[in-house]
Design a protein around this ligand. Structure first.
Ligand SMILES: Cc1cc2nc3c(=O)[nH]c(=O)nc-3n(C[C@H](O)[C@H](O)[C@H](O)COP(=O)(O)OP(=O)(O)OC[C@H]3O[C@@H](n4cnc5c(N)ncnc54)[C@H](O)[C@@H]3O)c2cc1C
Length: 493
């Protein structure tokens, strides 16, 4: 049995998954987390009888989480209770149309007809998405492929065309779906990775299958219960977690990393380091790398940030589903403004969660607690927006929601909490306040993120939204399992 010491910097889901997977392989693992709680962006706010998911609110691909438990001979259901949500999303449009996204083919066909879309188009699109998912999943996801060379080796040149490489994600959507409503809905699957459907490669259309084949899930009591379930598993496996323990330096000697220094000045030696701090901030702030290395990482531009707004209401809005989207009248313009002009959009697409529709324990009786999340640009440090700018944008969001049916919303707010991109960066040290790690962009990086093993220090590894396969809860959990495998293979050499 191996008993090498591993330090994991950060306890986001990627860090937790790596720590658990390495402990299961016999490594002695310690996590250093700067915050007083584990989970990273998987975070919770409990106030005035409301429970809000401050970070993720949609669980997909639970079988990837299940593996963490199975490998220890346990069942996830003994630790985390999940249930499928219906409909998946409710979509509100400026022209007054309301369409549900539902995995049941008959229900989905009826919803498509409401906006004049031939249900056969939806079926054809979902088949296209499923083929892409099976392709991407076989290698990029499950084999943990990290670069073009590994891709070539696994897929062979013959399979390259199957990735629909010459189209954008929107191009792939438009080829199958004819109405603007349906195009807007399926384009917005890109929200899972905080990118633009007009800039992401077409194979990102695999995301519709993640939801339509494997369902969309809620965690009873709120999604933070995933972190609590993983904490229990880590306790059983003997993973040590040091909270309020910020890593301020990674020490190095002869081309290898040797340990970390925490804010209190203590040195902690380790044979292997896994950074759940994103790649760019880690190289910059912990390893003090020069411009040459940092410039080589420029293509790993941050995904978008968000305005994260929680509202406790003194009433319910019966027209809401658990997950809701209020679309921009011109979604192309919305994407363009956020991802090209990098400005706050005048008419954003807004994601709104009312978890009390599924789980009455998260709000007082007769009340809704809303989490509202429009995607907005990451921080421009040369020309940062002020809190006032963000608050003016918040008003715009609330006015749009009132216009689209949440009548007098602002008069019914009894509790409010709001995080801007600056708060998000401060909280998680994410690159420029990004909420999903690295952007998926056809031309910048073809949706590749940074590799899991450092190109400079062989015993330094990365996990989380800034490395392959990238952002979103299931992907970072998979990344944690893949990085552990990568470490075990490297260590055996
Ligand atoms: C508002 C919001 C909504 C989202 N919605 C969804 C959703 O519905 N579904 C979904 O699947 N995904 C969603 N996501 C994305 C998802 O939350 C993330 O992709 C995922 O949780 C990120 O995990 P990670 O492993 O990259 O680590 P992170 O969550 O980024 O955690 C990194 C951890 O490292 C710690 N850290 C950083 N630097 C140091 C240091 N120097 N020393 C010690 N500790 C350090 C941080 O404090 C943090 O705890 C959402 C994210 C946000 C913010």
């Amino acid at each position: 049995m191996r008993c090498k010491s591993v330090i994991v910097i950060g306890s986001g889901l990627g860090g937790l998954s790596a720590a658990i997977s390495l402990a299961q392989a016999g490594y002695e693992v310690t996590i250093h987390e700067k915050n007083p709680q584990i989970g990273g962006k998987l975070n919770v706010l409990k106030e005035h009888g409301y429970t809000f998911d401050l970070g993720p609110s949609i669980l997909t691909l639970p079988h990837i989480f299940e593996r963490l438990f199975e490998r220890s001979g346990r069942k996830m259901s003994d630790y985390i209770k999940i249930r499928a949500v219906r409909p998946h999303w409710r979509n509100f449009f400026e022209d007054g149309k309301v369409v549900d996204l539902d995995p049941d083919p008959e229900r989905m066909a009826a919803e498509a007809r409401k906006v004049g879309e031939d249900p056969a188009n939806v079926r054809r699109f979902l088949k296209y998405s499923a083929d892409l998912y099976d392709l991407v999943n076989a290698g990029y996801f499950e084999q943990g492929l990290d670069d073009a060379a590994a891709f070539r080796q696994f897929y062979g040149l013959r399979n390259f065309l199957k990735f629909d490489l010459f189209r954008t994600m929107h191009g792939g959507v438009k080829r199958h779906l004819k109405t603007r409503h349906m195009q807007d809905i399926f384009d917005y699957f890109i929200k899972y990775v905080g990118s633009s459907a007009y800039q992401a490669p077409a194979f990102m259309n695999c995301m519709a299958t993640i939801q339509c084949r494997y369902d969309l899930w809620y965690v009873d009591g709120g999604l933070y219960n995933i972190a609590l379930g993983l904490q229990r598993l880590m306790d059983e496996l003997g993973v040590k977690v040091c909270l309020n323990s910020e890593v301020v330096e990674v020490s190095q000697e002869n081309g290898f990393v040797t340990g970390v220094v925490t804010r209190d000045g203590t040195r902690h030696p380790a044979a292997i380091i896994v950074s759940n701090m994103e790649v760019i901030p880690a190289y910059e702030k912990l390893l003090h790398e020069d411009d040459e290395l940092l410039n080589s990482l420029e293509k790993f531009e941050p995904a978008c940030s968000g305005l994260v707004l929680e509202l406790g209401l003194d009433r319910k809005y019966p027209q809401l589903a658990h997950h809701n989207f209020f679309f921009s009248a011109n979604q192309r313009e919305h994407f363009h403004t956020v991802f090209r002009k990098r400005q706050l959009p005048p008419d954003p697409t807004i994601y709104l969660v009312a978890a009390s529709k599924t789980d009455p324990t998260v709000a007082p009786a007769g009340c809704d607690g809303l989490k509202i999340l429009p995607h907005i640009p990451y921080i421009d440090d040369d020309n940062p927006l002020t809190r006032e700018d963000y608050m003016a944008f918040k008003e715009r969001v609330l006015i749009k929601l009132e216009r689209m049916g949440l009548t007098n919303l602002r008069q019914h707010v009894v509790f409010e909490h709001c995080w801007t991109p600056h708060d998000i960066r401060e909280q998680y040290y994410s690159n420029k306040g990004s909420i999903y790690g690295v952007v998926c962009d056809r031309f910048k990086n073809l949706a590749f993120k940074a590799p899991k093993q450092s190109t400079k220090y062989p015993n330094l590894f990365f996990v989380g939204g800034s490395v392959n396969p990238g952002g979103g809860m299931p992907m970072v959990v998979l990344c944690g399992q893949n990085v552990a495998q990568c470490i075990i293979t490297w260590d055996r050499r």
